[in-house]
Write a protein of this length. Structure first.
Length: 59
């Protein structure tokens, strides 16, 4: 699976094989910086849209 390989190479997923069974484990700590970045962007754009709404209502 290409997507699994990409996640594995990014360190997000760890895989182990036992016989024919492959188990994949997600490491959520790797996603923490992304989560923080998204939260900052969400806050920024929410504020920008609030300011735009205020400006449009007072016009």
């Amino acid at each position: 699976m290409c997507s699994t390989n990409a996640l594995r190479s990014a360190g997000v997923v760890h895989s182990s094989k036992s016989g024919r069974v492959v188990t994949h484990r997600l490491d959520p700590s790797v996603l923490q910086p992304l989560s923080e970045w998204l939260l900052r962007r969400q806050t920024f754009w929410a504020q920008q849209l609030d300011h735009l709404t205020d400006d449009l209502e007072t016009s």
